[in-house]
Unconditional design. Structure first.
Length: 569
């Protein structure tokens, strides 16, 4: 972490007077704080890691108080991270003088998925593993630990024999159709010519238990006559609410407008649930020649993919086998939630590109029966379907104990949003940037990952175009490096009218550069009405470092211009 980045991090915490999910503040002005292993474990297990900032007093509006002994603090952290944490951590430590006091920043990098959870060895795995929840550290429960540990090897819950079931509980006709289809598709597979019981065993539709061949969980879920006889909670539920929150009652005081439960094998459960959702969501009509075409509020393909993925990738372990897949319909969104967090090396940010299959046998059966398409395409299919419908991409939230997909119903470029965007017509913005502004009109922030998903671009283009919105004076950047996100300028927020804005120093400089082609230190001081050469120099160098400006010339001859010659891209 550079000095400038540390100063910016301190300024943000003092301005907002709060910790963040990725930043924890400790004073350490009376000595090294205790229980630092909690923060080390929590940040090492958190997607993206985090920073522990020492030398600020949380109880005094994050005033800079400095640390008592920076050398001792560093030694303690290094010893703790390298000797008492498993796996070993390699923290990046920055020490700087700020306002005449010593401040220490410790960056903790996320450990690989195959090594989680990171824990404090003296306390052991069960009591020494922590997770970051909001801006606090919490000890992991048994299931959260299991969720990480189970990712170290291929789970086999879907291959387990269901002890109370027999082969008579499977639909023999569907099984025969399945095997016949495999024989046509795989003519060289000799095992498909074995007796039926051996074929089912090889396909892991059935497994031996006490010398008796019984259906596996995957076999029962795909071919069972009524799987819920043996696993009553493996169902899909549907709740429709009147408003935008669960507590808002309907016109007659009712809690739900609709409450359904879908049972049966997965293909039947999926089909019935999707069809019911389509009957409950709003539709609009499009006259196409002589025909009228009904367009659902949410694309059918997106709803189907999300629910199919929930059924295929949910956790079927004994920890949560009593939990069910939930569909919740609100006035402004559709939610699909499944038990168990993301599996393996997949995260919210990499869900489109990384692929890990928790239930490999179940997934293979679902692919063979074309309940799902080739693995790895479902998320992209959802995003593309929403984009074609002029809706924002689905939002993904991994809560470790569950996974949530949310579809929002509002059109990104509605007439009121387009009218709002028209005020920026004089600026050279591309379509991606306009869509991002529309997104920010409805949401508090946008990250590089959000921008990529929104516009189907890579991280380099997203970063370049987000900087363009900064240069245009339309957004503010919060945080640095991998913790950066962007917000609308306060005067552009939905609650505020687009009146004459109160410009920050950076905005004033950018406006001057746009009008005059460049700026030097003297012009900057005259513009801002300040006399301090160093203050102007720090501002210009910060804007250069964050990519808002380019520097031409050195020292007294230094001049600052817009990158790429005034083009906001």
């Amino acid at each position: 972490m550079t000095r400038e980045e540390l100063l910016e991090l301190i300024a943000e915490r003092q301005a907002h007077c709060c910790e963040l999910a990725d930043v924890e503040v400790k004073s350490a002005n009376k000595g090294t704080p205790g229980r630092l292993y909690e923060a080390l474990s929590a940040f090492a297990n958190r997607t993206g890691g985090g920073v522990i900032l020492f030398g600020l007093d949380e109880g005094a509006e994050f005033k800079t108080v400095g640390v008592a002994d920076a050398q001792k603090l560093q030694e303690h952290i290094v010893n703790l991270a390298t000797s008492e944490m498993a796996p070993t951590l390699r923290p990046d430590i920055t020490v700087e003088q700020v306002e005449g006091k010593v401040v220490v920043a410790v960056e903790i990098v996320e450990v690989p998925a195959g090594q989680k959870p990171c824990y404090y060895k003296p306390a052991g795995l069960q009591k020494g593993s922590y997770i970051r929840v909001g801006n606090t550290n919490r000890q992991m429960n048994d299931y959260e630990i299991f969720g990480y540990v189970s990712s170290h090897s291929q789970p086999t819950c879907d291959e387990e024999a269901i002890l109370k079931a027999t082969l008579e509980d499977l639909d023999r006709e569907k099984l025969q159709e399945y095997v016949h289809g495999l024989r046509r598709a795989r003519p060289d597979a000799q095992y498909l010519n074995y007796p039926n019981d051996k074929i089912l065993n090889r396909l892991k539709v059935a497994a031996q238990s006490d010398n008796i061949l019984r259906p596996t969980l995957a076999g029962l879920l795909m071919f069972g006559k009524y799987p819920q006889e043996f696993e009553p909670q493996l169902v899909t539920t549907f709740l429709q609410y009147y408003g935008t929150v669960e507590t808002e009652p309907g016109p007659r005081g009712e809690r739900f407008l609709d409450n359904r439960k879908f049972e049966g094998p997965i293909p039947q459960m999926l089909e019935n649930a999707v069809n019911h959702v389509l009957t409950r969501i709003r539709t609009s009509s499009l006259i196409d020649g002589l025909w009228r075409r009904d367009i659902p509020e949410y694309p059918e393909v997106a709803v189907r993919e999300a629910l199919a993925n929930a059924l295929a990738h949910r956790d079927y372990s004994n920890y949560v086998r009593g939990s069910y897949v939930q569909i919740r319909l609100f006035a402004d969104r559709l939610e699909i939630q499944s038990p168990g967090g993301l599996y393996g090396n997949v995260s919210e940010d990499t869900i489109e590109t990384e692929h890990s299959t928790r239930n490999s046998t179940l997934m293979r059966l679902m692919e063979d029966l074309r309940v799902v398409e080739n693995r790895g395409t479902g998320v992209r299919t959802m995003i593309e379907a929403m984009r074609k419908a002029n809706l924002e991409p689905p939002r993904f939230k991994d809560n470790r104990v569950s996974f949530l997909v949310t579809f929002h119903s509002h059109t990104l470029l509605s007439p009121d949003i387009i009218n709002w965007l028209n005020q920026f017509a004089r600026l050279r913005l591309n379509d991606h940037q306009r869509v991002a502004l529309a997104y920010l009109r409805r949401h508090e922030r946008i990250t590089n990952s959000d921008y990529q998903r929104l516009n189907y671009v890579d991280t380099i283009i997203a970063n370049k175009e987000l900087r363009g919105l900064l240069q245009a004076g339309l957004t503010d950047q919060q945080g640095t490096k991998r913790w950066a996100y962007y917000t609308l300028k306060p005067y552009l927020s939905p609650e505020q009218p687009p009146a004459a804005p109160v410009l920050s120093d950076e905005d004033k400089v950018l406006e001057y550069v746009r009008n005059h082609g460049g700026i030097n230190n003297t012009q900057c001081r005259n513009l801002l009405g300040i006399k301090d050469i160093q203050r102007a120099s720090r501002l210009l160098k910060k804007m250069r470092r964050t990519g808002l400006l380019w520097q031409v010339g050195q020292r007294r001859g230094a001049r600052y211009i817009l990158p790429s010659g005034h083009v906001i891209e």
